[in-house]
Design a protein. Structure first.
Length: 423
């Protein structure tokens, strides 16, 4: 019999308990041994708990971390501390650890995997990225023979829901965010989601595994969706695009780029059809080609599915087959100024002869060729101009933005969004 302790009984923790109890028979038949939940750590002593859990509830983390009978610790508390401290203590006490904590893994994954190796135990974290979608184990095992050249995806359900509502129901950002909060898809403070920080942590984890290079969230160029308006969504639709918050890791001859930013995707692109709170990850390997992983990227039971799978894998995996840190390369994470892409601009300027020529001249002076220029409308003698450039460096784009903003004839550079033409 394997005995486990669970740190946290929130959304994910309660899902793990439910799933183990509900599917206990099939889980034990598949893994070959019974699993017993020995203790569950909770913080709120005033909260009412189900009667069947009362005997195994504890308010003392040491009753799990220091308990000799417990073989494996599940950390589903979230946040950096005290989760990081508890994980380290559990590993040092020779206990396997399963965690869904993207913040801890994205920042300290290498250190923790090395600590697990030193103590001859397993550390697994499938649920830290994309909820119930299997992606960590496929990258580490199924695709081990491949050189991964690109990994990109929609990794945050909240932002994807907001953008879907804006597109399909003609909502402004603030309206769609309010709806996401009402439905429980967004926190009362949604900053981590809408500013791209959540997706940055996840792509840092995926890129570290895919490229065998240590990538931490501070190395990920990050933009959110709080600057996107329905006007941008509408104009993108008219041109055959949809706007998504895309996290991407890209290998080049000079190093790797890792970024999170809104992107105009062709409607034929596989990620364009990913709607609402769903997530998807596309992996491109030199042998396998392009693969796409799609499903529920968050939520109680999908995330619990990944956690319970890791529990079984950790308990069954011996030292010879342990998943260790594979960040053996010293490649540089390149600065965003060198990243090359096409870009969409929405600019408000005086509606008079010569202004468009002046704006175009700024692009030309910064070695940016224009693919499309459209004047959408004019209100009170202010024209709205939409421009799509050919591929250029981000450094050129930044210079052009600064110079266009300084023109007397320009009242606003409303939006600058990356464009991905290929499908």
């Amino acid at each position: 019999m394997a005995k486990i302790g669970i740190l946290g009984l929130g959304t994910v923790g309660s899902g793990v308990v439910e799933l183990i109890l509900k599917n206990r028979d099939i889980i034990e038949r598949k893994c070959g041994f019974p699993i017993n939940i020995k203790k569950i750590l909770v913080r709120d002593e005033s909260k009412k708990r189900p009667d069947y859990l009362k005997e195994i509830i504890t308010y003392k983390p040491e009753e799990i971390i220091n308990e000799p009978e417990i073989d494996l610790v599940v950390e589903v508390m979230g946040g950096e501390e005290p989760a990081l401290t508890y994980i380290k203590q559990a590993l040092n006490n020779k206990k396997h650890v399963v965690t869904a904590n993207k913040e801890v893994i994205s920042k300290y994954g290498k250190e923790l995997l090395e600590l697990a190796q030193q103590n001859k135990v397993n550390l697994l974290f499938e649920a830290s990225v994309a909820g119930g979608i299997p992606i960590i184990i496929p990258l580490k095992e199924s695709l081990i023979a491949n050189e991964i050249n690109n990994i990109m995806g929609i990794l945050n359900g909240t932002t994807n829901f907001i953008l879907t509502q804006m597109e399909e129901n003609k909502m402004e950002f603030s309206e769609a965010l309010d709806l996401a909060k009402k439905l429980g898809y967004a926190e009362s403070d949604p900053s981590a989601d809408i500013k791209g920080f959540d997706a940055a942590r996840k792509i840092a984890i995926l890129s570290s595994i895919a490229f065998n290079v240590r990538v931490t969230p501070d190395k990920v160029y990050t933009e959110g969706i709080d600057g996107i308006s329905y006007t941008d969504i509408k104009y993108a639709q008219e041109m055959g695009f949809t706007i998504k918050l895309v996290a991407e890791g890209q290998r080049t001859d000079d190093g790797i780029f890792v970024l999170v930013a809104p992107v105009l995707l062709r409607k034929e692109h596989p990620l364009s059809s990913v709607k609402d709170v769903y997530n998807a990850v596309i992996v491109e390997g030199d042998a396998v080609g392009r693969l796409m992983f799609y499903g529920r990227g968050a939520g109680k039971m999908p995330t619990a599915s990944a956690v319970v799978s890791d529990i079984i894998k950790a308990l069954k995996t011996d030292e010879k087959n342990r998943l260790n840190c594979t960040c053996f390369r010293e490649e540089e994470v390149l600065p965003i100024k060198l990243f090359r892409s096409a870009y969409y601009f929405r600019i408000k300027a005086l509606d008079k002869p010569g202004v468009l020529s002046k704006i175009s001249g700024v692009f030309g002076q910064n070695n940016i060729n224009l693919y499309m220029v459209i004047q959408k409308n004019s209100v009170d003698n202010i024209a709205e101009i939409v421009i799509i450039t050919y591929e250029t460096s981000f450094k050129n784009i930044q210079r052009a933005v600064d110079e266009i903003k300084s023109l007397d004839e320009v009242s606003e550079v409303s939006s600058v969004i990356r464009v991905k033409e290929e499908v």
